[in-house]
Write a protein that binds this ligand. Structure first.
Ligand code: 5AD
Ligand code: SF4
Length: 445
């Protein structure tokens, strides 16, 4: 049987969808190739969130399609956000491409592979208002797994392509999610990360959704904090993470769970995007600087050891030096443990793409660099304060840099490098005293 490999760009949602597609290929009798070079079938899962992400995927696909000259039987396919956005056009750009499968129909990947092996190409796209396929199959290899609970996004931030390429928000029925987590726990999974673009909207049906669609077919949904509790009640699950958050979802119920539910990890990814009210309003983020900081203050007061991470965009249209400085001071006030900083990239079809992209590339790079340096200093300071504390670490396996040492994660999602005791297995929990800190890593020597 032909062997396959996935090359996955973008967010955890894509990692999850590649995994579900891999499961379907394994079930059809294919095997995982030892490397991408050797694979008979290569599937590129793509991201559209920034222009650069698309350029990389197109470059990769170009090389793969060119490799078919020497290997005529090779199958090359594309899935994910860029496949959804460009669709038919991809076949014009890449004449040797075998298939393009959009975002809401990932179950079409395995049939498209079979068709390609018989010499037929496939283009499958599902409309933004149609019910999506939720990724459900898993390739369980370790103690940790992703579970998608919410697909699509209804927020419509002005810079963001996600609602266009991933469609309307759709909550999976709770009983389907819980059955999936139960099955994972029975296979030895100890940690689950629940995924959704705006995950705290889980179980809320927004008016736009109600008007155009029937309620979630096949079951009920429940509010997000209830779902977290139900997942925590599943025997075998020791840690629960979720991403991404929005300040609107930081309610008393969620804060109570962070305080009282030991299985809920003390980490929240809460993208802020900007610290300037003028920019936040043009981004249509649905909160002000003060609103965001008040959500942070409520969290910090109730859960002092909560680690907070964020996403920031620099160089949004019209972002002045003053707006940028407001982002700097917000980041200091919120005291983020980590931050992902992105240079604004206009995306076709979004509202902000109709506005002038008036911050120069050099200026975006400068602002990006300043925020990175600020964050590095802040990260070091936060991590140094952890030296001497005892952390509960879930062991992951040998460290990438030094195989004699292992790495694992704290509840706050910080990486800890340590010398493994005899007989340690991935997924085991240890209590470690932190002896040293770097901006991104803790050490327990
Ligand atoms: N340009 C730059 N960054 C973007 N993001 C989303 N859209 C854009 C864009 N057009 C960033 C946001 C989001 C993260 C996943 O990517 O910060 O939270
Ligand atoms: Fe994009 Fe906003 Fe949805 Fe996040 S919440 S995916 S930034 S539209």
């Amino acid at each position: 049987m032909p062997t396959f490999a996935f090359h996955t760009y973008g967010c955890q949602m894509n990692v999850r969808e590649s995994e579900a597609a891999a499961r379907a290929l394994l079930d059809a009798g294919h095997t995982q190739a030892p490397s991408e070079e050797e694979a008979d079938i290569v599937i590129v899962n793509t991201c559209s969130v920034r222009g650069k992400a698309e350029d990389k995927a197109l470059g990769k696909l170009g090389l793969l399609c060119a490799s078919k000259r020497e290997r005529p039987g090779r199958v090359v396919g594309v899935m994910g956000c860029m496949a959804q956005r460009l669709g038919e056009e991809l076949f014009k750009r890449l004449p040797r491409l075998d298939f393009a499968i959009g975002t809401r129909c990932a179950e079409r990947v395995a049939p498209a592979v079979e068709a390609a092996l018989q010499g037929r190409s496939t283009l499958a796209l599902r409309g933004p208002h149609e019910q999506p396929d939720a990724p459900s199959g898993h390739v369980v290899e370790g103690f940790s797994a992703f579970v998608t609970i919410l697909l699509g996004c209804n927020r419509r931030c002005t810079y963001c392509i996600v609602p266009d390429v991933r469609g309307d928000e759709w909550s999976r029925p709770a009983r389907e999610v819980l059955a999936e987590v139960r099955a994972l726990a029975e296979q030895g999974v100890r940690e689950v990360t629940l995924l959704g673009q705006s995950i705290m909207n889980y179980g809320l049906r927004t008016p736009a959704f109600d008007e155009s669609d029937p309620p979630s077919p096949g079951g009920y949904t429940i509010p997000f904090p209830r779902l977290l509790e139900a997942v925590a009640a599943i025997p075998g699950i020791e840690r629960i993470r979720f991403t991404s958050g929005h300040p609107a979802g930081v309610n008393d119920e969620l804060i109570r769970l962070f305080r009282e539910e030991p299985k809920l990890c003390r980490h929240l990814h809460l993208p802020v995007q900007s610290g300037s009210d003028a920019v936040l309003s043009r981004m249509r983020r649905g909160y002000t600087r003060e609103g965001y900081l008040s959500a942070v203050a409520r969290l910090r007061e109730a859960v002092p050891d909560l680690a907070l991470t964020t996403d920031v965009i620099v160089g949004f249209p019209g972002e002045t030096e003053e707006d940028f400085q407001a982002t700097r001071t917000l980041m200091e006030e919120a005291h983020f443990d980590n931050a992902f900083i992105f240079k604004y990239s206009p995306r076709p079809g979004t509202v902000s793409a109709t506005w002038e992209d008036d911050v120069s590339d050099e200026e975006k790079a400068r602002r990006n660099q300043i925020l990175l340096e600020d964050q590095d200093a802040r990260g070091t300071q936060i991590n140094e304060a952890l030296v001497g504390t005892v952390q509960t670490v879930l062991a992951e396996g040998p460290s990438l840099r030094n195989k004699t040492r292992w790495s694992g994660r704290t509840s706050g999602n910080k990486i800890v490098v340590f010398t493994p005791p005899e007989g340690l297995r991935p997924g085991d929990t240890l209590s470690l005293t932190i002896t040293r800190a770097a901006p991104q890593t803790l050490y327990a020597d």
